[in-house]
Design a protein around this ligand. Structure first.
Ligand code: EPU
Length: 432
C-alpha cells in the first residue's frame, strides 16, 4: 500500500449535523483504537533513538492528526500505511513544539517530559483541549521538578532544562495525564536510575502506554496499580504495537442502543475495561451480554433512573458522564449524576434544557427529573463528550435536531457519523 504523507492539519471546517431521532439503532459496530492511549503512545515514540515504530489501530481523529503534525515539526518522519501509523524519530532535531499546534490539543503536554528526557531541554506551549473546567498541570510540573528539571514559563510556553534524575513522587490525586507523563519521562535516562510514582492513576490507557514503552525496551513495573516503578534505560528502540480498543467509544455506542431503544453489539472490545459502565446500564434496565470481545446492549422499554458517581478508574468514567446523563433525562424517576474528576463538566446540560430536559446543576452534580421524551432542537457541542451526549439525546428525540460544534466530535471519535448511520441512524451533515 502507498504510504500517506501527513499533510499539515487545516483548521477544521465547521459542519452541523441534522439528526432525525425516533428510530431504533440495530446491528454490530467495530470499535477502534483508544484515543487516550494513542496520543501518549505517539508522543512516547519520540523516545526511540533507533528503529522505527509502527502503531496499529490508532484512530483517524483530528487530535491524532495534530499530534502527528507536531512530531513532523520536530523532525520525526510520520506516515500512515492504511491502519498503521509509522513513526521514525531517529532524526529528531527539535525540542520546541510549534506553539499554534501545541495549543490545539491537551496531549501536547506529554512532549514536554519526552523531549526533556531525550534532549535535556524542551519548550512546549501550555496545552489546549476540551473546556471541561479548570485543567491544571501542576502535578506534571512538580514531578518533573522533583526529577531535577528546571521549569519556567515564557510567553505562554513551558520551558524546561536539565537532565532528569531519579525521584520518588507522590501524586496528590491519581491524575491520568501526570501518571503517563512522568512514567514516560522517567523511562529514558541513566542506567538503573529509579523513579517511583505513588497514588498513580490505574486506567487501562496507562497500562497500554507502559506496555508500549516496555516493547521499546523500557523497564516499568506496577502500571495499572497505584504504585509504578520505572527503572531508566540509556536507549529505547522503536517497536510495533497495537493500541487497546477505545472503551469510551464502546461505551458511547452501547449507550446509543439505550438512547434509541435499539439492539447494538460492539465488537473488538475489552469488556473488563467497561465493568462499571455495564453494571450501571444493567441497573437502568439495559439488557447487557458479554460475549468474548463483544458486548451487546438491548433496550425495549423506558429506562429506570439511577444515581451515577463519575470517579477515577475503575469507577464510572467521567468521559461517559455526559452520555449517561443523556439517557437519564428520559428515564422514569429522578437521578443525580456527580462528577468527582471534572466537577464543572456540565456545560451540555443547557442544551438538554433546550430539548425539554429537566436538569439542574448543583455543585459538582446534576439533578435530573426524567421526562417522558425530549423534543428536537438546535443545540451546540462544547467538547467531545458533551457533543456525544447531544447526539444520543437527539437519537432519542422524535423529529429533527441540529447539532453545531461538530469539530469537537471529530477530535475524539473516528467515523462516528458513518458508524451510527450503519446502525440505522438518520443523520445529514451540513456544511456551514
Ligand atoms: N489535576 C490537577 N493537577 C494536575 C493534573 C490533574 O489538579 O496536574 C486534576 C484535574 O483538574 C482533574 C483531575 O486531577 O480534576 C484528573 O485529571 P487528569 O490529569 O486525570 O486528566 P487528564 O490527564 O488531563 C485525561 C483524559 C481526559 C479524561 C481524564 C480523566 C487525555 C488526553 N485526556 O485527562 O479525557 O477525562 O484523563 O479520565 O487522555 C476526553 O477524552 O474527552 C477527555 C477529556
Amino acid at each position: 500500500m502507498t504510504p500517506t504523507v501527513i499533510a499539515e492539519t487545516a483548521k477544521p471546517l465547521e459542519r452541523a449535523l441534522c439528526v432525525e431521532g425516533g428510530f431504533s439503532l440495530c446491528g454490530e459496530v467495530a470499535i477502534g483504537g483508544s484515543k487516550n492511549a494513542s496520543l501518549p503512545i505517539i508522543a512516547a515514540a519520540l523516545l526511540a533513538t533507533e528503529g522505527q515504530t509502527r502503531l496499529i489501530g490508532v484512530p483517524h481523529i483530528s487530535d491524532v492528526e495534530v499530534m502527528c503534525d507536531i512530531l513532523q515539526g520536530l523532525g520525526a518522519r510520520v506516515r500512515w500505511h492504511g491502519d498503521a501509523l509509522d513513526i521514525d524519530a531517529t532524526g529528531l532535531y527539535g525540542a520546541e513544539v510549534d506553539s499554534e499546534l501545541g495549543q490545539r490539543i491537551r496531549a501536547s503536554t506529554y512532549l514536554f517530559g519526552v523531549l526533556l528526557a531525550r534532549f535535556g531541554e524542551a519548550k512546549v506551549p501550555y496545552p489546549g483541549g476540551d473546556r471541561i473546567g479548570v485543567r491544571p498541570i501542576d502535578f506534571h510540573l512538580a514531578g518533573l521538578r522533583a526529577m531535577g528539571a528546571e521549569v519556567s514559563t515564557e510567553a505562554g510556553c513551558l520551558v524546561g532544562v536539565g537532565r532528569l534524575s531519579e525521584a520518588s513522587i507522590y501524586l496528590e490525586r491519581p491524575s491520568v495525564g501526570a501518571t503517563i507523563h512522568l512514567m514516560m519521562a522517567a523511562a529514558l535516562g541513566k542506567d538503573s536510575q529509579t523513579t517511583t510514582l505513588s497514588n498513580a492513576a490505574m486506567d487501562p490507557e496507562i497500562m497500554d502506554v507502559a506496555r508500549f514503552l516496555s516493547a521499546m525496551g523500557a523497564r516499568i513495573y506496577g502500571a495499572g496499580t497505584s504504585t509504578i516503578k520505572v527503572v531508566a534505560v540509556r536507549k529505547l528502540t522503536g517497536a510495533t504495537y497495537e493500541v487497546i480498543p477505545d472503551r469510551l467509544e464502546a461505551g458511547t455506542f452501547l449507550m446509543s442502543a439505550a438512547a434509541s431503544r435499539g439492539d447494538i453489539t460492539v465488537t473488538g472490545v475489552i469488556s473488563e475495561h467497561l465493568t462499571a459502565v455495564i453494571a450501571k446500564l444493567q441497573q437502568m434496565g439495559v439488557r447487557m451480554e458479554v460475549l468474548g470481545d463483544s458486548i451487546r446492549a438491548r433496550v425495549d422499554r423506558r429506562l429506570s433512573a439511577t444515581d451515577v458517581l463519575a470517579e477515577e478508574y475503575p469507577g464510572f468514567p467521567t468521559d461517559l458522564q455526559p452520555c449517561i446523563a443523556a439517557l437519564l433525562v428520559t428515564a422514569s424517576g429522578d437521578s443525580m449524576v456527580t462528577d468527582l474528576v471534572w466537577t464543572d463538566r456540565f456545560q451540555y446540560t443547557d442544551e438538554f434544557v433546550r430539548m425539554g430536559g429537566q436538569v439542574k446543576v448543583v455543585g459538582s452534580s446534576v439533578r435530573i427529573q426524567g421526562v417522558s421524551g425530549l423534543s428536537p432542537a438546535e443545540v451546540t457541542a462544547n467538547d467531545i463528550r458533551g457533543g456525544a451526549a447531544l447526539v444520543l439525546a437527539s437519537l432519542g428525540a422524535q423529529g429533527k435536531s441540529t447539532i453545531y460544534g461538530v469539530h469537537h466530535l471529530d477530535r475524539g471519535y473516528a467515523g462516528l457519523i458513518d458508524k451510527l448511520m450503519g446502525l440505522g441512524a438518520r443523520i445529514d451533515e451540513l456544511e456551514l
